[in-house]
Design a protein around this ligand. Structure first.
Ligand code: HEM
Length: 414
């Protein structure tokens, strides 16, 4: 029998890498019945396909188009909003939206967030005081990106829980294949609430601009009348949404990798003041078992891919996690090794949709690991089963129980 993925099997969810290796060996592109589309898992193919203009990033039009009319009506706000997200549109609309988003993500703007990120990181670690054990996901990796994006967008920190809940409801819809009876209802409700929340934010910033990304975006958009109101709101929601779960899982998967490799953890501790080394370690975390499992594209026309015929409308799954472990592109790719000279990966995508938040995620992760390791000298995994999400786009842990080496009542400070 020909090889196929079983993306919902417990074995794949726990460890997709053996199946990804089989996929790479099977063919440059193979048809997966289970996924209902073509799969590429090698580095060179994923990279080339991500850059190929014959593939569209608009996977929302076919998705919403396949819904029954009543189901589609029930998610009308969501559809209108998501179809305006830069990540799901092609040029020329993408070029215009991306150009505007770039204004809010200049290297200077991101670098200027470093002190605020460090303050958020330290405040979360302060909260561990007196604790011997924490769930790293719930108590650190989950709240940190939410606070940082709130700072970036200029949203009051008091609203973070609300925004996080909306973002999670969208995530359950966008990212998971799991059927949950109310996921459409919740995602639509979240889209409506986010829309009115960000409409109000945009109105307030127009009246009184601040120094946040939302203000820069509005200023840039207004200056050349380049984004309409619904696009501005949708872009704010995209920024809020796109940086959450991914960054959470970079932190969670990264810490898990370190704790599972004590010699690498010791090596990182020894160089914790060396920004370049820690930044390199973050790249290895992204490569070895990062948060990006796959991205989807749609063939805009019939395509002949080195002899494999893709029909117009075919779905193509680019297995980014498979690309990162491709031995033709990386020496000993299954080894977690913080001192690699090169860490080739596609965790932030490639081509025109390359992640606009990559510099922010990298900065956040570097500061987070520097502060965590400096302030918590004894970290260890609490033995127990790991529960990975069943999500085909983003890979991450639901919980990560760790010992932080302080007796109850002690201080979690170095
Ligand atoms: C470790 C963390 C992150 C990972 C692994 C990640 C991954 C990705 C990937 C793979 C893409 C490309 C999607 C595609 O090709 O269809 C992407 C795009 C995007 N990401 Fe991220 N991301 C992260 C953090 C962030 C953050 C912090 C933000 C914003 C605050 C952000 C905002 C975006 C946006 C707006 C796009 C769409 C860009 C475009 O279409 O031009 N991401 N991200």
């Amino acid at each position: 029998m020909a090889f196929d993925f079983e993306p919902r099997s417990a074995a794949f969810i726990a460890d997709p890498y053996p199946a990804l290796a089989q996929a790479r060996a099977a063919a440059a592109l193979f048809h997966s019945k289970a996924l209902g589309g073509w799969v590429a898992a090698g580095f060179a193919d994923c990279k080339a396909l991500l850059k190929d203009p014959r593939l569209s990033a608009d996977r929302m039009t076919p998705f919403f188009g396949h819904l029954a009319p009543s189901a589609r009506d029930a998610v009308a706000t969501l559809e209108a909003m998501m179809k305006r997200w830069a990540v799901f549109v092609d040029p020329p609309v993408h070029t215009r939206l991306r150009g505007l988003m770039n204004k809010a993500f200049s290297p200077r703007a991101i670098e200027s967030l470093a002190p605020a990120i460090q303050a958020r990181v330290d405040a979360l670690i302060d909260g561990f005081e007196g604790r011997a054990q924490i769930d790293f996901i719930r108590e650190f990796a989950y709240p940190l990106p939410a606070c940082v994006i709130a700072d970036l967008l200029g949203v009051p920190i008091a609203d973070v829980d609300l925004l996080k809940r909306w973002s999670d409801d969208l995530g359950a819809f966008v990212l998971t294949a799991r059927a949950s009876p109310d996921k459409y209802v919740r995602a639509e409700a979240a889209a409506k609430e986010m829309q009115s929340y960000f409409d109000a934010l945009v109105t307030a910033r127009r009246a009184k601009p601040g120094t946040d990304a939302a203000s820069w975006l509005i200023e840039a958009a207004d200056a050349i009348a380049a984004m309409d109101g619904p696009e501005l709101t949708a872009t704010c929601v995209l920024l809020l949404f796109a940086g959450h779960e991914t960054t959470t899982h970079l932190l969670g998967n990264g810490l898990w990798a370190l704790l599972a490799h004590p010699a690498e953890l010791a090596r990182l501790r020894a160089r914790i003041g060396d920004d370049a080394f820690v930044a390199g370690a973050v790249e290895e975390m992204l490569r070895w078992d990062g948060p990006s499992l796959a991205q989807v594209r749609i063939a805009r026309e019939d395509i002949d891919w080195n002899g494999t015929k893709l029909q117009r409308g075919a779905r193509v799954f680019l297995m980014l996690a498979g690309a990162a472990r491709d031995p033709s592109n990386c020496e000993a790719p299954d080894r977690f090794d913080l001192s690699r000279a090169e860490t080739p990966h596609l965790a932030f995508g490639y081509g025109i949709h390359f992640c606009i938040g990559a510099p922010l995620a990298r900065l956040e992760a570097r500061i987070a690991f520097q502060r965590l390791l400096a302030r918590l000298p004894h970290l260890a995994l609490v033995p127990g089963p790991l529960e990975w999400s069943d999500n085909l786009v983003v890979r991450g842990l639901h919980r990560l129980e760790i010992e932080i080496g302080v007796a109850a009542g002690g201080r979690a400070h170095a």
